[in-house]
Design a protein around this ligand. Structure first.
Ligand code: UTP
Length: 485
């Protein structure tokens, strides 16, 4: 039966009254019909019983983090294998290559975030990331996928999660860029779920305008649900895909598909595997890979007490050394299991205190808060790790695959912000310099050791140093030169 708008209005009002959020419809009668319709659609897209529960547990009170008693550092496979692991790594690499060649692996990019820190109006994936060509983040990932396709003679399906806020712009961008040379049929773009922002002192959902609720994406953890609700899991099954290579949009040098990592994951029988970096310093803002009750678990940097964060082992290395960089390989059937089990599937929500602009319903004025005024509720993908019966961690190297763009650049002359476009370009240039130096090219350096040139190696040219043809490289690079390979 199709409901009329007025029936939907009555029903929405009842639902909202039951959870004390009826102010959302206070201005309903003054809205134009199209606005009424879109507000009712927004209301229908939210699970209000869940919001009511979360207001009690995450807004009216703050969930207390309890550090597990029996927490141990998680073991990992080292970046460079020891002598006794060498054969195992060779077998894993071959297994990973076969998985890619046989079409058992897809790429999955989460790009639903708001990118608030970067302050870029368009979807983050459209941000120009590389040092010379300024290839956008989506383009960097697409080039990597094309490089893998050429190497393995296979089509890699690419699933991209957006949010309702950036979905249309992302689709339009892919059209405009001709899908970066990929076939539109191999790319599936779908939005994640949203959650309302809630007034920190009132427990009331904030309005963005008279006809819209202040909604934001429900965290990257929402990806595991969105894979199911969008039909992506079914699409993967139809295409024979068994493993999902999960990466974020903000890292232009991420190995979107990494045969060795895939092989280690598969032959270990892991349901969800992770890459780690040794932390640069004890309180680096990376989640810590731990083991709790036999399960791999991430303890956030803010939750790891100092005595553990600074603890060292005999060699002087940090005991809790493995930091998470949000790169995972996930079995498709594990995501299906999570979504399709009889108990239902829900990752825990985390409370984040944020500045959220809103419409003050009393004065009718738009408010731009200067301090956090709202609670946003987000789920994190790594909360699925303790649900795995087997989960492995593999070490990678920072310069090889971690150049994230999170924060905006600082003004010229100031110290660059961490994880900014500038630091990302420097890492990309450094990686190129390392590969070139190892192949005998002279790379000029400043007195402080930084490279005195701008270097970019397209991923179509090389995704590993070994892909570069030494005979075609220049013998030396001149100071200040721009070199694009
Ligand atoms: P971040 O935690 O860095 O958040 O996301 P963000 O939204 O991009 O940036 P800020 O915090 O507003 O500045 C890490 C990755 O997870 C994705 C992002 O797009 C990015 O790839 N993400 C995050 C989602 O897909 N959905 C979300 O709800 C949150």
């Amino acid at each position: 039966m199709i409901e009329t708008t007025s029936e939907q209005h009555i029903q929405a009002l009842e639902t909202l009254k039951a959870v004390g959020q009826e102010h959302i419809l206070a201005g309903y009668d003054r809205l134009k019909p199209a606005e009424q319709e879109s507000l009712l659609a927004e209301i229908a897209s939210v699970d209000w019983a869940e919001v009511a529960r979360l207001v009690k547990t995450h807004v009216e009170s703050k969930p207390k983090f309890k550090l597990p008693e029996n927490i141990e550092p998680a073991p990992w496979y080292p970046n460079v294998p020891s002598a006794e692991l060498e054969q195992f790594y060779r077998t894993a690499f071959e297994a990973g290559c076969a998985m890619v060649r046989d079409g058992k692996v897809c790429a999955f990019t989460v790009a639903g975030g708001q990118g608030t820190r970067l302050g870029w109006d368009a979807p983050k994936g459209t941000f120009p990331a590389t040092p010379i060509r300024k290839v956008p983040l989506f383009g960097c990932l697409a080039e990597y996928i094309r490089a893998i396709e050429m190497r393995f003679g296979v089509v890699i399906r690419w699933y991209i999660m957006t949010s309702p806020a950036n979905d249309a712009d992302t689709r339009a961008y892919f059209e405009d860029q001709n899908y970066f040379g990929l076939d539109p049929d191999q790319v599936m773009i779908f939005p994640q779920g949203m959650m309302p922002a809630i007034g920190m002192s009132t427990g009331k959902v904030l309005m963005a305008s008279p006809s819209s609720v202040a909604l934001s994406p429900n965290g990257h953890g929402g990806s595991l649900k969105a894979l199911e609700t969008s039909g992506a899991l079914d699409d993967m099954a139809r295409h024979g895909i068994e493993h999902i290579s999960y990466t974020q949009i903000d890292n232009p040098i991420v190995r979107v598909i990494d045969p060795l990592f895939l092989g280690l994951h598969a032959i270990s029988g892991s349901q969800m595997s992770s890459k780690m970096l040794p932390k640069a310093y004890p309180k680096e803002k990376l989640g810590n890979f731990c083991v709790v009750d036999g399960r791999v678990t991430i303890i956030e940097y803010s939750d790891l007490p100092d005595e553990l964060a600074y603890e060292t082992v005999e060699s002087g290395d940090l005991r809790f050394r493995a930091g998470s960089i949000a790169i995972h390989t996930i079995r498709r059937d594990f995501v299906e299991l999570l979504n399709r089990s009889a108990q239902g599937f829900a990752l825990p929500y985390h409370r984040a205190e944020k500045k959220v602009p809103y419409l003050d319903l009393k004065s009718g004025k738009q408010v731009e808060p200067d301090k956090p005024n709202a609670v946003k509720l987000e789920t994190f993908v790594f909360d699925a790790l303790p649900l795995c019966s087997t989960s492995i961690v593999y070490e990678t190297e920072r310069i090889d695959e971690f150049a994230p763009i999170k924060n905006a650049d600082t003004p010229a002359g100031e110290e660059p912000a961490n994880d900014s476009p500038q630091t990302s370009r420097t890492i990309q240039s450094e990686r190129a310099a390392r590969w070139l130096s190892e192949l005998g090219v002279q790379v000029p350096r400043q007195a402080d050791g930084s490279i005195d040139a701008t270097l970019e190696i397209s991923q179509i040219t090389a995704i590993y140093k070994e892909d570069l043809d030494g005979s075609k490289l220049p013998g030396r690079i001149e100071p200040g030169q721009e070199v694009l390979l």
